[in-house]
Design a protein around this ligand. Sequence first.
Ligand code: FRU
Length: 504
Amino acid sequence: MNKIIGIAFLFAAILGTFCVHAQDMKEKYRPQFHFSPRANWMNDPNGMVYHNGIYHLFFQYYPDDKIWGPMHWGHATSKDMISWQEQPIALYPDSLGYIFSGSAVADVNNTSGFGKDGKVPLIAIFTHHNPVLEKQKTGKHEYQSIAYSLDDGKTWTKYAGNPVLQNPGISDFRDPKVRWFEPQKKWVLTLATKDRITFYSSPDLKTWARESEFGADAGAHGGVWECPDLFPITHNGKQVWVLIVNINPGGPNLGSAGQYFLGDFDGKDFKAYSKETKWLDFGTDNYAAVTFSNTGNRILLMGWMSNWQYANQVPTHPWRSANTIAREVGLQEVNKELYLTSMPVKELDVLNKDGFKEKNLKIKGQFDLTPKTKNSTGLFRLDFETKNTADFSITLANKSGNEVIVGYDKAANQYYIDRTKSGKTDFEKGFAKKHIAPRISLDGNISISLIADAASVELFADQGLTVMTDIFFPDAPMAQLFIKSMSGITIDNLSYTSLKSTIE
Ligand code: FRU
């Protein structure tokens, strides 16, 4: 009998833990299908790598508070980049410093020699940021180190020979992104070095040689260069190299943002087609976006859905920050100029619930979609097309009078997201603003894809040529939805799908 009572108690305890856990993730403002840590502070995604059928996400994490502090690498895993399971912390600070941002690779050829019994080692390459040296103002407090895992990312061993790349005296010397360069059978490391990018190469991930630098006279310089990425995309049979450089502050609408350059890379030098900045995302909330490694021909990008302007102040509890939805990156030519496009990964469809479709929907004035969205939780995807003939806007609203307006201004040829009256905004004076983005496409048809979670909206206009990501903090779920056009538009192929939460 005692045994039965014991088992019953155990069962109740497990169930109890599970329920608390489930409730935990239903707090006000909690993203329901964007990754956020259960508790405490998160910033940049790190070490994103696909390995043995699992997507790994590591992230800048401070487990003791919900403000930035001594950095660890948190860890989460997913089968589809949509539902994430948080895992134990992967890397802790040590005598060499905090664990700042970096990347991870699957060393399939065992160039590092860390592999054992045929097991492919995962190698993390990260910045050690030494707070003691920082105080001494030597300018040499950031250097690069590595760690390896032989159990698919569960546990990590730091290399005894760390650091593997010493600091030559550059105060911002961080965020290594490593990829394999097959033509020369070597690793290439792209590093943010203050106001430029420096490239290094290595046969084994342990010894690095400087190759070249790029960017002192190119792109935006309103802030420090951070979290770069370098990868090729094939376009019309030609290989185009993409160099992403995150910058903070100095973004197009405020604070942190990601710029990119397109060009050639020969294993040594990156030669940009143009020195002009192009922006990856014109919203305020996609920072430190970089790609997953080891994903074959797919290029998958994910960023931190916040901004250094207010990340430490946002009104969430007991966690801070989430990531963007994973996006598939491509190239598109507009007027003989190439641009990056990004669209939500197709895996997002696993969240699709019920919805409705409309064809040839004429809107003049305001059209209320709310009755058709049936008990909306504010989690949805909206896609439609319309001819580029007039202004229009999409309003997400709630019963408390909060609204987020996503729209197109024809005269200015701009998209925008206006979060001025989006709910709680007083934690930072620059938060309640309207953000604008140029329309890059010249197509006569406009296509819109909008992804809304509890506290964010992601706009992918013109098949991802103009992208905007904005967060907001509404007093109640944004359960109402309107489309408005004063001069009138006709909408084709409208599709509304309500999305499931991944937290059940
Ligand atoms: C970018 C960044 C990185 C750095 C990390 C520290 O958001 O400043 O440059 O490695 O965050 O947490």
